[in-house]
Ligand binder design. Sequence first.
Ligand code: ADP
Ligand code: MG
Length: 459
Amino acid sequence: MGFFQFQHITAKYEKDIEEILTYINFDRTRKLSIILFLANITFLFVDYINKADGLWANHSYRCLFYSHVALGLVTIFYIIIGYYRIKAHSANDMALVHKIYVIFFASFILSLATIISGWIDQKIHGQITVYVMICITIAVVYNYKPKITAFLYGSCWIAFMIFLGISQKDPNIRQGNYLNAFLLVVLSYFLSVMLYKLKIRDLIHEYHLENMVAERTKELQTANDLLTQEIFERKRAEEEIIRLDRLNLVGEMAASISHEVRNPMTTVKGFLQLLKDKQDPKGKEYFDLMIEELDRANSILSEFLSISKNKATMYEWCNINDIVISTLPLIHAEALNNDKFLTVELSKVPDLQLDIQEIRQLLLNLVRNGFEAMPKGGQLKIRTFSSDTEVTLGISDEGDGIEQSILEKLGTPFFTTKEQGTGLGLAVCYGIASRHNGRISVETSPKGTTFYVYFELSK
Ligand code: ADP
Ligand code: MG
């Protein structure tokens, strides 16, 4: 079970692992070339001493020196190329270049070791150690696929045999060396393959863990998002409840007080009208003013009364677009009077259960606020649109927006920033929306404000 799972994971990450290994091999080649370069300085120094001792009369010592020169040149070349990053067009090209860089170096040092051990060792004993060292170094340093490893070791072993066949005349020594080299190559191959597999296992575990951590992080992130959303919703609901509470209280007060105040007011108005007719023209002005003020007080009371929750509402199935269209003449007239422009975008929306008078009032209140928020020439936009769950009415103006401190108080009865304002318009709107199971949201910026009224579609 464990093994199959391992196989499965290996296949899944094969490409990534291949890339990582290529990079690791590349990096190690750069380091190995530096180490060999530094070691080579010692070799050359020994060569120099040999020369001073007159050993160069033996042809092999000279060959040894030449091989060290070759090693020096190639290592310098590799150091330079390795540090002046090789440029390639794509990531694939880059990987290929890296692979070639690495395999060439490995082949080079192995071939050099083969020449030194297979040929020179037969004249100056002890050089076979170089072969042993390089074979093991390659197994330890590089993580090649077993195929490449087999190719490298196989070809160098054949070369070694050929060199040995030519330069070693003593059949006993030759036989011994054949055997030693063969054992060494086989051992190095197994060492290399084992280390390769261990490395892969290591990487896969790391990967697997990384993936698990990433998955877990993602899960947590989703949970966190949900939680944030929930907190946000809850906060909004709480605010809504506070607002409605306030409305309720005021609504109840409104219902009882308004009637009480209206009756005496009607009486006063009646008598004022009576008295007005008996006055000389100059005094009539004052009476007109008094009556006007009484009418204004009365209209405030009417508005105040419409906050009341207990008011009887008349729901009927109708389309909000029809209500908007039937109110348009009034809105147009107001726009014209105030030098403002109006655009209307009505999408096809489903019917809802609405109290037509109330929705008309809500629309007018929001439209009036929009007009009042804009300078002359401003454009007001009325839109309707719907989703699967709700129908939305949007009223956007091009005013200066609403400050945060004011935003928090919107809908509080009698809260106004206008000299002539009553501060009841929005309170009424919130009341109407809540009676329709709807809600109101505000989007505001220094470029303008949009009030959205959402009506839920009954399932
Ligand atoms: P009123 O219009 O009588 O002031 P409202 O309840 O209609 O009362 O509005 C309350 C306050 O909300 C307004 O005084 C104004 O400051 C603010 N307000 C409402 N609508 C807008 C809007 N579209 N742009 C800017 N401010 C607005
Ligand atoms: Mg208003």
